[in-house]
Design a protein. Sequence first.
Length: 77
Amino acid sequence: MIQKPKTDPIVDGIHAVRCEISDRFGGDVRAIAADANARMLASGCLIWEPTGNHPMQPSGEVGRVEVDDQPSPPADR
């Protein structure tokens, strides 16, 4: 007998709200983030403040990452 997965009403509610927000902005993640930021600033209650946590290589850039202290491949020895 196969059992149906149990549903959690809280998780279902979160998914419903996420769908409503996504629909309101046509699925545009940047628009969703901009709206959330504007609401945060308008409330005067900062929820998150970035502190210089930058990626090693920003997305969209293609390049080789150099790593020090690594042995060379066998063909180069």
